[in-house]
Design a protein around this ligand. Structure first.
Ligand SMILES: C[S@@+](CC[C@H](N)C(=O)[O-])C[C@H]1O[C@@H](n2cnc3c(N)ncnc32)[C@H](O)[C@@H]1O
Length: 275
C-alpha cells in the first residue's frame, strides 16, 4: 500500500504522458463533458453563452465572418460554429469526440448547410486547407507539450490561405499564479464524474515553475481497474506565445482581452495571428 501511494503521488516530468483522448472520448466522460459544455452553471468545458456571444461578435468585428471559410478546431458541440454560420461564414467544425460531434450535427442550423462536422484528431489527421480563418478556442493549445504545439501550429499555418487569420485564446501567467499544489482524495471524486460505477479518486496538483505549467493528475480506482488522467496546462506570457507563433511562420500577431468568462477576467487572453 505504501509503495502504491508513493508511486501515485510522484511528480511526472512535464508533458511526459498525454491522456486528453481519454478525458474527451471515453464514452462516460464524453457524456459528462457534453453536459458541462451545455451547462450555464459551470465554465469547465465551455464558456457561458453570454461570453461566447461576446467572443463571436468580437471575431466578426475583427475579421468579418460574412462569406469567409472558417475551421473551428476542437469545436465541441458546436457552440461557436453555429454562431459563425449565423454571421454568414462557411464553417468546418472538427473534434475528436463523437459524442460532441453527434450533438453538433443534431443541432446544426436547420435552415443552413453552412456547417460541416468532422470527427478527427487535429494532432494526427489532415486539416481542411485554404481557410480564411482557423479558430482554437478555450485555451486548447495549453494542454499540449512544446512538440505537440509546434506540430499543431505548423498545421494551422498550412491550412490558411495567404493572409488568413488564426484566432486562439490561451491561459495567462495570472492564472498560473493562482495554482496551489495539493492533494485531495474522495470516494466518487467530483460527484461521480469519472465513472458510472463506484470508485475512489485522487487528485494531485503540481506546479512546474520554470515552464509555467500546471498539472492536475487524477487517479481513478474502480473495482476491476485503475487508470489515470493527466491534465496539463501551459500558461503563456504574450512574449512566449508570440515566439511560438513566429517560429511557426505567422506574421503580424496581436493580443486582445475580453475572452474571459467575465470581460475583465485576466486569466486568459486572445491572440490573432496572420498567415
Ligand atoms: C475545452 S473544450 C472547448 C470546446 C469548444 N471550443 C468550446 O469552447 O465550446 C476542448 C475541445 O477540444 C476537443 N479536443 C481536444 N483535443 C483534441 C484533438 N487532439 N483533436 C480534436 N479535438 C480535440 C475536445 O473533444 C473538446 O471538445
Amino acid at each position: 500500500m505504501y509503495a502504491k501511494l508513493k508511486k501515485l503521488s510522484e511528480r511526472p516530468d512535464a508533458f511526459s504522458i498525454y491522456t486528453a483522448n481519454t478525458l474527451w472520448t471515453d464514452p462516460h466522460l464524453a457524456e459528462q463533458m457534453l453536459q458541462f459544455h451545455l451547462s450555464q452553471d459551470t465554465a469547465l468545458a465551455s464558456r457561458p453563452i453570454t461570453a461566447i456571444n461576446r467572443v463571436v461578435n468580437w471575431i466578426d468585428q475583427t475579421v468579418g465572418l460574412d462569406g469567409i471559410s472558417v475551421c473551428d478546431l476542437g469545436c465541441g458541440p458546436g457552440l461557436y460554429t453555429n454562431r459563425f454560420a449565423e454571421h454568414g461564414a462557411v464553417v468546418h467544425g472538427l473534434d475528436f469526440s463523437p459524442t460532441s460531434i453527434g450533438y453538433a450535427r443534431k443541432h446544426a442550423l436547420a435552415k443552413s448547410r453552412q456547417v460541416t462536422y468532422q470527427i478527427a484528431d487535429y494532432l494526427k489527421d489532415p486539416l481542411p486547407g485554404q481557410q480564411d480563418l482557423v479558430t482554437l478556442i478555450y485555451c486548447d493549445l495549453c494542454p499540449l507539450s512544446p512538440v505537440q504545439r509546434e506540430t499543431l501550429l505548423a498545421k494551422i499555418r498550412q491550412a490558411l490561405k495567404p493572409g488568413g487569420r488564426f484566432i486562439l485564446d490561451v491561459s495567462s501567467i495570472k492564472a498560473f499564479e493562482t495554482v496551489r499544489e495539493g492533494v485531495s482524495f474522495e470516494r466518487n471524486l467530483m460527484n461521480g464524474f469519472w465513472s458510472a460505477d463506484d470508485y475512489f479518486g485522487f487528485q494531485h496538483t503540481f506546479r512546474y515553475e520554470d515552464e509555467a505549467v500546471s498539472l492536475d493528475h487524477f487517479t481513478i480506482i474502480e473495482k476491476d481497474r485503475s487508470w489515470d488522467v493527466y491534465n496539463w496546462l501551459k500558461h503563456f506570457s504574450p512574449e512566449e506565445i508570440h515566439r511560438e507563433l513566429t517560429q511557426a511562420g505567422f506574421g503580424k500577431i496581436e493580443f486582445t482581452e475580453g475572452f474571459g468568462v467575465d470581460p475583465s477576467d485576466d486569466t486568459t487572453f486572445g491572440v490573432i495571428a496572420s498567415a
